[in-house]
Design a protein around this ligand. Structure first.
Ligand SMILES: [Mn+2]
Length: 285
């Protein structure tokens, strides 16, 4: 697995197969702003151009979009009927295998997808040793056997302001250590699985064929860089009560150590661990 820097894109190799993963396109976001009197030209062409560059340089066999393809929740707005199908017709001309793991913004997305685009379950899909899902739901139970989990949904950024008050915001990758046993307990509870008879935790794992192995969770930056994001260093992930109900069950499960999370810019620069970066930003803000 590698980051296709400087893009918000991931390449996952499984045997001979190369999978390109991107997340959070939010097509139609400009339209929702126009309703409030802010006019931004459609970003769909820019997303397509960037995708074309990545596909040209990385030559993946398939593309997975990790949720929030479109922006509006539940109801489909008229403009999306054109933007989303046009987008996918273009994508299919670049790469033949396209799959979508739906996010919380993707209600009724099926109606907008041309033939040839495959809709996967929202619990995600396993590629080799990596489980990918949007992040607003519990993952597939089988993903507890994976070494790495990848989510979108959060749109992580870091924000610094200097003594003059200038503010700098950059999209980032977050790679956080995960306590696999704690995550397993949370996921099984999330699925409503209970012990049978006098089973202990180990017995349940054996019955369900689970060996807890998740070592780290990667949060992808949004592919649409025009969107706002969650500043992970100023509040957000470290104060989870702020995000109850939003950020998704895995991030709220207590199994992810955000202070020890590694933070990288899109060009691959390692900025440090979130705990340190947070202390610096508290001095400044
Ligand atoms: Mn989302």
């Amino acid at each position: 697995m590698k980051i296709a820097s400087p893009y918000a894109a991931l390449i996952i190799n499984d045997g001979d197969e190369r999978t390109l993963v991107i997340s959070d396109l939010h097509i139609g976001w400009e339209i929702s702003l126009a309703e409030e009197g802010i006019y931004i030209p459609s970003q769909t062409k820019r997303l397509l151009m960037r995708l074309k560059e990545i596909i040209f340089s990385e030559r993946p066999d398939r593309l997975i979009i990790l949720g929030d393809v479109k922006h509006t929740i539940a109801k489909i707005e008229a403009e999306e009927w054109r933007d989303v199908p046009d987008f996918f017709e273009n994508v299919l001309s670049m790469i033949s295998r396209v799959q979508i793991v739906p996010g919380n913004h993707d209600g009724e997305i099926e109606a907008l997808l041309p033939d040839g685009v495959e809709l996967l379950p929202s619990r995600g899909i396993i590629i080799g040793d990596v489980g990918v899902f949007h992040g607003h739901t519990w993952p597939l139970r089988e993903m507890l056997n994976c070494r790495t989990l990848v989510i979108g949904h959060v749109h992580p950024v870091i924000t610094f302001s200097d003594p003059m008050g200038f503010r700098i915001t950059r999209q980032v990758w977050v790679k956080a250590p995960c306590n696999s046993k704690m995550l397993t307990k949370a996921v099984l509870k999330g699925y409503g699985l209970r012990r049978e008879g006098d089973e202990n935790f180990e017995d349940i794992l054996e019955r369900l064929n689970i060996t807890p192995r998740v070592e780290s969770l990667i949060i992808m930056p949004s592919f649409n860089d025009f969107l706002g994001g969650q500043p992970v260093n100023t509040y957000g992930l470290l104060r989870k009560e702020k995000f109850e109900g939003f950020i998704g069950p895995v991030l709220r499960s207590g199994s992810i150590d955000f202070n020890k999370a590694e933070i990288y810019l899109l060009d691959g620069t390692f900025l440090g661990h979130l705990g340190q970066i947070k202390m610096i930003s508290e001095d400044r803000i």
